[in-house]
Write a protein that binds this ligand. Structure first.
Ligand code: TXA
Ligand code: MG
Length: 345
């Protein structure tokens, strides 16, 4: 298959020719990779069963891991799912944006999209290109992250090209994703909500509009045994793993630097801010941003894991963040990328 590639720059998200072409592909049951504010998504119609099948096959994704359905406005969930008051309270505050809400599904959503579950994940992306494509196609859009299953999610169109060239109909390049980690996934419970996957909408932010916000146990556990029943099927798979071995180091400041300097050579990478790169004697530095902060570290994680492989590094050392607040999402992706291996010097 020949994959068409188009670039939409800056304010030109209303580039109607490209969006019209992409909408036509979606309506005809094809696949288009699109930027969102979190990561690139592999988009197909959520109303056409064969589109979902194509998504699973292009990604090499296990068929029991359901897809997120993307809509342009929160009310559009109405004919796809059974909404409730908590949904609208969360939607009013966080949509459009990086929040996905699990609701009981209606019959219009094919079983292929939800992997046979009786619930559906609903998200309303804020990225203008994604938003426009949903509007113009007139279809709700099923979109997992646009990576081959198991490896880091794509945050740039080049990553999608590496993974999907020849496997899908079209890629829209809208630049680097703002957030860099996938959306927060929550399930509404009788008295509040439970976080199944942490993201940029944090537990604390959810608690401002929702009582009884809890975090699923699997979020901070390295690996869930394949046979164990989990709330969100995606949590049981090995995820985000580059070829390089990811080593999480539970040490602060100086102690981390000394540990890395003592055991590394240039075939090893270390994640650092630009201002601290001079601390590392021999390891290859991978720069997360100018200073240490959750935003830059989150945004750069998947890009740098991919870069480590491009550079042929054998190992990468990353400081273990706290499992809370705006660092919880990063912690969750890191323990999965490392297969749960944490060293304490
Ligand atoms: O930011 C994002 O959410 C990106 C962009 C493209 O929107 N999408 C994304 O999709 O990360 P994906 O397929 O890589 O991850 C979807 C997650 C999986 O962990 C899946 O198990 C969970 O959402 N999920 C989907 N439907 C579900 C459902 N009905 N019940 C529980 N978990 C569900
Ligand atoms: Mg994914």
């Amino acid at each position: 298959m020949n994959t068409e590639y188009y670039k939409i720059k800056g304010e030109h998200y209303h580039d109607t020719e490209i969006i019209d072409r992409a909408a036509q592909i979606i309506q005809n049951g094809g696949l288009v990779a699109i930027p969102t504010e979190t990561v690139y998504g592999l988009a197909g119609s959520a109303l056409i069963p064969s589109s979902a099948e194509k998504i699973y096959s292009a990604k090499g994704r296990p068929a029991d891991n359901p897809l997120i359905v993307h809509i342009a406005k929160p009310e559009e969930a109405e004919h796809l799912a059974y909404t409730n008051e908590t949904y609208y309270r969360l939607a009013e505050r966080f949509m459009p944006g990086p929040l996905t809400i699990i609701l009981p599904k209606r019959g219009i959503i094919p079983d292929e999209v939800t992997a046979g579950l009786d619930s559906v994940a609903i998200r309303c992306p804020s990225n203008e290109i994604a938003h426009k494509l949903i509007e113009v196609s007139g279809h709700p859009i099923a979109a997992p992250s646009a990576n081959r299953s198991g490896i880091p999610s794509p945050t740039k169109a080049e990553h999608v090209l590496t993974d999907m060239d020849g496997r899908i109909d079209m890629i829209i390049d809208g630049g680097e994703c703002d957030i860099g980690l996938e959306s927060t996934v929550v399930k509404i419970t009788d008295d509040g909500c439970i976080i199944l996957r942490p993201g940029a909408v944090t537990e604390e932010m959810l608690a401002e509009v929702c009582d009884n916000v809890t975090v699923a146990r699997a979020v901070i556990e390295p690996a869930v045994a394949a046979e164990e029943k989990v709330e969100s099927p995606g949590m049981k798979y090995k995820h985000y793993s580059p070829k390089a071995e990811v080593i999480l180091v539970d040490a602060a400041g100086e102690e981390f630097v000394e540990y890395v300097n003592a055991i590394s050579d240039s075939s090893c990478g270390v994640f650092t801010s630009a201002e601290e790169r001079h601390c590392y004697k021999t390891a290859t530095t991978l720069i997360t941003g100018e200073h240490i902060n959750a935003r830059d570290e989150s945004k750069s994680l998947f890009r740098l894991l991919r870069k480590a492989d491009e550079m042929g590094l054998s190992k990468v050392y990353i400081k273990l963040p706290e499992a809370k607040g705006e660092y919880l999402a990063l912690y969750n992706r890191l323990i999965r990328a490392s297969g749960g291996k944490i060293v304490k010097p």
